[in-house]
Design a protein around this ligand. Structure first.
Ligand SMILES: [Zn+2]
Length: 713
């Protein structure tokens, strides 16, 4: 209630968003000191009002539709909304509170109403279509042509081109689908929460470390039980599967997890049938043969054939090595007391032990070399070595939390390039994980280049602060944290270095199977001594990281790479099989729905199966990525991006062989001009071919994973 009154009180005169064009802050950055929660709702309302007015102006323009008065006008509409939303949604992720969460809830139906009003505006689509129909006569440059195509197709794919009856069907199918996918996800969650197992005899916990035991004890306390409780949440499941000596309990835990939603109260098999059949109907409405065809359109992979081609190539390359890894682990398990066939519930357990024996390396050995201030110098320095960028902290740029640092970024000619905010440590109002986002996008309007405002948000280890100076410790990052920083910073560079005309094409506005290239590419540097030498100094002694440690770090990265790959492939095949149906999936009534779905799924994965299939278990029934997330016919993109980043990095490795340095200026220039600056102005594959002067291949990935050597042996 208090919220509503303060909202009314915030008038246009005092709401900083209403005057965003006149902000006197450096580079037009957000005046965070003046922005308060009560400003958001009135600002959103005003922004949507202005946005709809801009759309009306396009539709009611008496002049005949042109690229400028329709497509460009549509592209630049809703500017205020993107300013307000850019601020709001970054805060709801990085610095939220009850008030912001409340606003978020109230806002969500308003925003979907706003976007559907525009999407269903027939007058607007008519003008867009008029321009689209003359596209080949319009002398547009590549980016403009693609913008026109993307905008037109955005409307068409939402049913704008369908006749009235089909439009109705489209709305029914999408509504049904969102309900089915939601239910699928909820079933997985409920099934995960429903299972638990109480242990009261401590001797059964043998093998677990004290941290895990504490977690199990807390699980029990939450349920008001004595002893220790196992459940299916990752914080319990992963350490128990890795460390618990008792094989029967591991088996039981595995079975509970792997048979989730197969029949029973939370059965998902019926939903799978309904989901894939609804998706197929949707695809057919748009004249596609399969849902995969619809989903892959406009991605870098482009067609189901290309996806299968990737999966099959990787299968052929990795299967022999994966089978060898299984054989090796089986041998190891036998030597360590396993007198039965190696089963899925044995994998993590023996795998962890063998890894420790082969490459004993712990985070504690590495952390002293990864002091946050040094790592920052290293990561920013990487951008300087490769692209000549310079980062200068500017305290005049206001930030949304005192722990956030704002930088001005300058290019190699000393010209202002971007604002970069870095936010490193966990806080109560911050969600988990790490991400890059833009507060403001880059675009050029009236010849003025609006440079982007980018943020990297992480949840890294904090420094230890104490009154006793001997107890103080700077923030020492783990290996994974340094890798994460490089990853998110790679997205950051994609955002900062972009040079595009239109906001909807700039920065990371590229297809799902291309967007991870700059980020994963950047991770590769962590294995390079030349890069590590620039910053990885022991925080107490100042010594560089020893080569031996670098080698171990690298070797442990490729441990069980083939097994990991074929597992990913099995998910990729499963996803493609369900979304390549040309006719509705028909349940075999003599065996029933559950059995029909399980058989079909097992069959899809069989070609990359390296461990025994256990009856009663099933991946598909808890595969939320594809049945309740955004990855339908898209799971392959994880492997696709890996192939690309390894292939791209091989250009730098080759240059290093020739010139002795991994910071190769020529390769960096190619990467910058064809990938980092170009956003989504051209087809991703065309951009990549220009960078690479050819097609990407799987060779570099094989080499990085150490697969060739294994195959030859
Ligand atoms: Zn990423």
């Amino acid at each position: 209630m208090a919220l509503a009154t303060t909202m009314l009180a915030a008038t246009a005169a005092t709401n900083p968003f209403f005057e965003y064009k006149n902000w006197k802050t450096p580079h037009g950055t957000y005046p965070f000191d003046e922005i308060h929660a009560e400003h958001f709702m009135p600002a959103f309302d005003e922004a949507m009002k202005r946005g709809l007015k801009e759309i009306d102006d396009i539709v009611n323009n008496p002049a005949i539709p042109t690229f400028a008065n329709t497509i460009e006008a549509y592209e630049s509409s809703g500017e205020m909304l993107s300013i307000v939303a850019g601020c709001f949604y970054n805060l709801t992720n990085a610095e939220t509170n009850d008030t912001l969460q409340q606003i978020e809830m109230e806002l969500s139906p308003k925003l979907s109403e706003y976007s559907s009003t525009i999407r269903l505006n027939e007058g607007l689509f008519k003008r867009i279509k008029t321009v689209y129909d003359q596209r080949d006569r319009l002398r547009l440059n590549k980016a403009q042509y693609k913008l026109l195509e993307d905008i037109y197709e955005g409307f068409a794919n939402n049913g704008a081109n369908l006749n009235e009856a089909d439009k109705k069907t489209y709305r029914e199918l999408t509504a049904k689908l969102s309900q089915l996918t939601l239910q699928f996800g909820q079933n997985v969650l409920k099934a995960t929460n429903a299972w638990s197992m109480q242990l009261t005899d401590e001797s059964l916990l043998a093998g677990l470390n004290s941290d895990t035991k504490i977690i199990l004890r807390q699980n029990a306390e939450q349920k008001g039980l004595d002893g220790w409780v196992l459940n299916l949440k990752p914080t319990t499941y992963i350490p128990v599967m890795q460390d618990l000596d008792n094989r029967d309990i591991r088996r039981e835990l595995y079975m509970a997890s792997a048979s989730k939603c197969v029949g029973g109260e939370y059965d998902n098999t019926g939903l799978i049938v309904e989901i894939v059949n609804t998706r197929l109907a949707l695809a057919q409405l748009f004249g596609k043969e399969t849902y995969a065809q619809k989903s892959l359109y406009k991605t870098m992979a482009d067609t189901p054939e290309n996806v299968y081609n990737l999966l099959n190539q990787l299968r052929d390359a990795y299967m022999p090595a994966a089978l060898e890894e299984v054989k090796e682990l089986e041998q190891y398990a036998r030597e360590h007391g396993l007198y039965a066939q190696l089963q899925p519930w044995d994998w993590s357990y023996y795998s962890k032990k063998l890894k420790q024996e082969k490459y004993s390396i712990s985070d504690d050995e590495l952390k002293p070399y990864f002091e946050l201030e040094n790592v920052k110098k290293g990561v920013f320095g990487l951008a300087e070595h490769l692209y000549g960028l310079k980062f200068k902290e500017n305290k005049k740029i206001q930030v949304y939390h005192p722990e956030v640092t704002a930088y001005e970024v300058y290019d190699e000619k000393g010209k202002f390039l971007a604002v970069y905010y870095a936010d490193f440590h966990p806080r109560e109002g911050k969600r988990g994980g790490a991400w890059m986002n833009d507060f403001q996008s880059q675009y050029i309007k009236n010849k003025k280049d609006h440079r982007p405002h980018i943020v990297n948000v992480m949840n890294f280890t904090r420094p230890v602060v104490s009154d006793n100076p001997s107890e103080c410790k700077p923030a020492l990052l783990t290996y994974d944290e340094v890798r994460t920083f490089l990853h998110e910073f790679g997205h950051g560079l994609h955002g900062m270095m972009t040079r595009c005309q239109y906001a909807s094409q700039s920065g990371t506005n590229v297809p799902r199977d291309f967007v991870e290239l700059p980020s994963q590419f950047n991770e590769n540097f962590i294995d390079e001594k030349e890069f590590l030498d620039t910053f990885a100094k022991h925080y107490e002694t100042g010594a560089s990281m020893p080569q031996e440690l670098i080698d171990k770090m690298h070797a442990s990265q490729t441990y069980h790479a083939a097994y990991g790959c074929v597992r990913q492939l099995s998910f990729g095949y499963l996803d493609m099989a369900w979304h390549s149906l040309k006719e509705p999936f028909a349940v075999n009534e003599s065996i029933g729905t559950t059995e029909s779905v399980c058989r079909f799924s097992d069959e899809a994965m069989r070609q990359v199966q390296v461990m025994p299939t256990v009856y009663g278990t099933q991946m598909a029934t808890s595969f939320t990525h594809i049945f309740s997330g955004g990855y339908a016919a898209g799971y392959y993109s994880y492997k696709w991006s890996e192939l690309l980043d390894a292939d791209a990095f091989s250009v730098f490795k080759e240059a290093q062989k020739k010139n002795g340095s991994i910071f190769d200026k020529k390769a960096a220039k190619l990467f910058r001009e064809n990938i980092l600056e170009k956003g989504g102005t051209e087809k991703s594959m065309d951009l990549y071919r220009k960078f690479r002067s050819g097609e990407p291949t799987i060779n570099a990935l094989l080499e990085r994973d150490g697969i060739k050597a294994k195959v030859i042996k």
